[in-house]
Write a protein that binds this ligand. Structure first.
Ligand SMILES: [Zn+2]
Length: 133
């Protein structure tokens, strides 16, 4: 598992250097995440959103899911989707769900949507996510 994480990290660096997903990089991603890469690429098209709250400057990431539902994520650590809960937390089959993978790729590409919100709307904002843990 740790080795795979290192491989993914060096791949992310490569994405950052090239600023695009080349055929070679997509092939390497396919080898790393054979069951997730198709959906990950779909998610990348739909969008990754970074919400910045003011005046605190707190940043929250969300990813648009397959049913246009929003998933809350903490980079590398947590996603509010069911797949994360099942295959990462319970079965420990993988280290990341497709949303976390898509988020890391989009940060390396520096390509994501930015939305500004006010601190006072934070709890209202959180309510739209159906957090399962
Ligand atoms: Zn997820």
């Amino acid at each position: 598992m740790f080795m795979r994480k290192n491989v993914f990290n060096s791949l992310l660096k490569k994405i950052e250097e090239k600023s695009e997903l080349t055929e070679d990089i997509i092939e390497e991603l396919k080898e790393l995440f054979p069951d997730k890469i198709e959906k990950t690429l779909e998610i990348l098209k739909k969008g990754i959103i970074q919400y910045t709250f003011s005046p605190s400057g707190r940043k929250i990431w969300a990813v648009v899911g397959s049913k246009n539902d929003l998933h809350l994520i903490y980079p590398y650590t947590y996603c509010s989707c069911l797949d994360f809960y099942k295959s990462v937390v319970i079965n420990r089959k993988s280290i990341l769900c497709k949303h976390l993978i898509a988020h890391l790729i989009s940060s390396s590409l520096n390509s994501f949507e930015e939305v500004s919100l006010k601190d006072e709307d934070f709890s209202k904002f959180l309510k739209q996510f159906k957090i399962k843990i």
